[in-house]
Design a protein around this ligand. Structure first.
Ligand code: AMP
Ligand code: ZN
Ligand code: ZN
Length: 439
């Protein structure tokens, strides 16, 4: 664990609150109340005699594409990047929310941790389907998330939303007992995801947890925002609605910084996104029924990719027309998906898998009504899928621009920050951050 005095961290937290942001083209209108609530660096220095150890806060801004940071709309995030370490992060494949959030907290790729999509089936559980509401531990148990490792090591954790953080990890759901789970570990404090909880309430929840005395204060926390992703889906990445969501989430980051400063609480912040966002349109749809006979398959999931289950006995007919390259789409047998995706060994990946070019959609049939918006799930190396990464706090050097890296490196970094031993059998290491970390 790296300790550093408040004198060093306080200016980082407070400068954007107090400076009027002369260096930034945009001054957020919602900032004055936050500024009023924040202490001056001098008063912050005298607020508490207790020297607090830094906590680690993992913040996810769902769908925050890496280049959104250059729009000049996010002064707090830009300041954290300028005074910390930042870079372009490649998501894991598929570039979807649940697979990538689970990779970020486990350090293994979706094919290994088993959350292979937001929606999938498992041959070992006929008749069931994983959805974003599934809290049955069975689906999640293949890789241990950081909060479980920390709790087992006696380190208190708290999650203000994160996919999988409501799961009694390692537990077994009892048949016919109203869904009761035997055993398992959850964060000491966690919240059931609810999109209606405002950003401000989410931040306040984190700050309230940090008000506790040292013995019960969480040392690893997560915080999750979904509004940038929602705006990207509804209106596309280049829309004014995404710009508004960027301003709004940046204000929430400012509120988090002000809250930490007011508590005199040093923190190592790791701010990430799970994936980027590509513009989509009804003009860029590949209709599966134009390629293959709908009698030959069942569609498990469609959109940027299609997960396809053959109708028993129709495999040969399906393969003949489906496999190979089509305009804007490539289709493979599960075990022939190109190696760079690290995807297809897990039996939860459908037997046939088609991937669209970024910005294209695979649908069962042609859409009836025109639409335009955005989505993700494409090739994880496509620039449109690149994700935000910023780290800032006493553990990090200032002004470090990282080379592009894979998101399997985030969990090893967090282990360093939390004070956990290096993980075994993970798909990444903390190597991308060595230059950025003070040792
Ligand atoms: P998607 O864009 O389909 O990959 O998923 C993003 C959406 O997942 C967000 O807009 C949220 O509404 C939803 N979501 C995020 N976290 C959770 C969670 N822990 N439980 C259920 N739904 C969630
Ligand atoms: Zn997402
Ligand atoms: Zn999304």
């Amino acid at each position: 664990m790296i300790h550093r005095s408040l004198a060093a961290i306080a200016p980082i937290l407070l400068v954007p609150l107090m400076s009027g942001c002369a260096a930034y083209p945009y001054t957020p209108p919602a900032l004055p109340p936050v500024t009023a609530a924040a202490p001056s660096p001098a008063s912050a220095m005298t607020m508490s005699t207790e020297a607090k150890a830094p906590v680690t806060i993992l913040v996810s801004i769902d769908g925050f594409r890496a280049d959104y940071l250059t729009r000049g709309l996010t002064p707090y995030l830009s300041h954290l990047a300028a005074t910390g370490a930042s870079g372009v992060m490649r998501p894991s494949f598929p570039s979807k929310t649940f697979p990538n959030h689970w990779t970020l907290v486990t350090g293994v790729v979706p094919d290994r941790h088993g959350i292979v999509a937001n929606n999938f089936v498992d041959p070992a559980r006929p008749g069931e389907r994983f959805t974003m509401a599934s809290d049955q531990p069975y689906w999640w148990n293949a890789a241990e998330p950081l909060w479980v490792t920390a709790e087992k090591a006696g380190i208190p954790t708290a999650t203000m939303f994160w996919p999988g953080s409501n799961v009694a990890w390692g537990g077994v759901k009892q048949a016919g007992d109203h869904g009761a789970v035997e055993g398992g570990t959850r964060p000491r404090d966690w919240q059931q995801f609810n999109g209606a909880v405002s950003d401000r309430q989410r931040v306040d929840g984190i700050i309230d947890w940090l008000r506790r005395p040292a013995a019960t204060r969480p040392r690893f926390l997560t915080l999750y925002f979904d509004e940038v992703d929602s705006a990207g889906h509804n209106d596309g990445p280049d829309s004014p609605q995404v710009d508004a969501a960027l301003r709004s989430v940046d204000t929430a980051i400012g509120q988090l910084l002000a809250g930490l400063a007011a508590l005199d609480q040093p923190a190592n912040l790791v701010v990430v996104a799970d994936h980027g966002m590509a513009a989509t349109s009804s003009d860029r749809v590949v209709a599966l029924d134009q390629l293959v006979d709908p009698a030959d398959y069942q569609l498990i999931e469609d959109g940027p990719f299609a997960a396809i289950q053959p109708v028993p006995g129709h495999e040969a007919a399906l393969e003949r027309r489906l496999l190979g390259h089509h305009d804007h789409v490539d289709c493979w047998r599960r075990n022939q998906i190109p190696a760079r995706f690290h995807y297809g060994r897990n039996p939860r990946v459908a037997p046939y898998f088609c991937l669209a070019d970024a910005g294209w959609l695979i649908k069962a049939k042609r859409p009836d009504t025109p639409f335009a918006g955005g989505t993700h799930g494409y090739d994880n190396a496509d620039p449109s899928m690149a994700a935000l990464f910023i780290a800032n706090g006493p553990a990090f050097r200032a002004g470090v621009r990282l080379a592009p890296f894979d998101n399997v490196a985030v969990a090893p970094l967090l282990r360093d920050l939390i004070g956990l031993p290096p993980g075994r059998g993970l798909d990444g290491s903390d190597a991308p951050f060595r230059r950025a970390l003070k040792r």
